[in-house]
Design a protein around this ligand. Structure first.
Ligand code: SF4
Length: 310
């Protein structure tokens, strides 16, 4: 059984993504209103050695041999660049397996030169740009008090200067918060500063930290994309407004823990969990067991199972 590795899971951007979870729930330097992991419990902005790197490397050695995946992706139950052992893991992955490497980060630690050096070894660095000014940044991302909007973008700009791989950015659009035309203009300006290779316009599809968060209307989404295309070539803009389809990989010898490993990092619909059980010819009683560690949350008319450590 793996503690740090999960999947591969179908990713809306990375195909079959084998995840490496390097941060416990929920240490982050942001507290995004739409976060699918709930509100940030430990708001920190310093790097911590959450786990011994050798323990994660031991699992990586096995998982990268026996799992079939398109990307090895560093992620956290919070912000992965807060893990002080990340550089060592990236180096190991670069030297010991041949699939492309990605990280899903908010990007705020790119202001730190060490973090820039570590991440420069990756193939894809996915950052977030949900806001184009300080006010909206504080409303939607609610960052650590040390982080300002300008410093945040400056970190990504500096990284762009040294990085040969792809920078992708995600813009999570929340109705009434950052989905208007003004916001699209401001974000467009911010993107102009670091020139992302791809821009993903996302809408909340899983239960958010704040229950009032709603996806934008289709009209607002299209208008936003049109405004943004003044700043970024439209063939680099992708709209992702659906839930992942595709297969979640679980370990048949330890199905409950594999499922919980995925649920710790992302809520799944009840349908998705049942589909995994059916496809692997497992006992439906597993669903009852999984329910003991999750709570049911309705979002946008769909029932989700959300990991709950309480
Ligand atoms: S969405 Fe990411 S950056 Fe935002 S609070 Fe959640 S874990 Fe942190």
């Amino acid at each position: 059984m793996f503690h740090y590795i999960f999947g591969p899971v179908p990713s809306r951007r990375l195909g079959r993504s084998l995840g490496v979870n390097v941060v416990p729930l929920k240490y982050c330097n942001f507290n995004c209103i739409y976060c699918q992991l709930g509100r940030t419990r430990y708001m920190i902005n310093d790097l911590r050695m959450f786990y011994p790197p050798r323990d994660i490397i031991r699992e990586l050695g096995v998982a990268t041999r026996i799992r079939n995946y398109d990307y090895l992706t560093f992620i956290g139950d919070g912000e992965p660049t807060l893990y002080a052992g990340l550089g060592e893991l990236i180096q190991w992955a670069r030297n010991n397996q041949d699939k492309p490497l990605a990280i899903l980060t908010n990007g705020a630690k790119l202001i730190d030169e060490n973090v820039r050096t570590w991440l420069s070894e990756l193939d894809v660095v996915k950052v977030s740009t949900d806001a184009g000014n300080e006010r909206t940044f504080r409303l939607i991302n609610r960052p650590h008090r040390e982080i300002t909007f300008d410093k945040f973008i400056e970190g990504i700009e500096k990284f762009r200067d040294i990085f040969n791989g792809q920078i992708w950015t995600e813009i999570m659009l929340v109705r009434g918060v950052n989905d208007n035309e003004d916001s699209a203009e401001h974000i467009g300006n911010a993107l102009g500063r670091y020139r992302p290779d791809r821009v993903y316009l996302m809408v909340p599809t899983r239960p958010p930290a704040e229950p009032w968060v709603m996806p934008p209307t289709s009209e607002a989404l299209i208008t936003f994309a049109k405004v943004l295309s003044k700043y970024v070539n439209s063939d680099r803009i992708f709209i992702i407004d659906y839930i992942e389809r595709g297969e979640f990989h679980i370990d048949k010898n330890d199905p409950v823990n594999s499922l919980l490993g995925i649920l710790r990092i992302q809520p799944m619909t009840v349908e998705q969990v049942m589909d995994v059980i059916r496809r692997n010819n497992l006992d439906m009683a597993i669903l009852d067991y999984v329910r003991k560690f999750t709570k049911e949350v309705m979002f946008n008319g769909i029932k989700y199972l959300v990991y709950s450590s309480e």
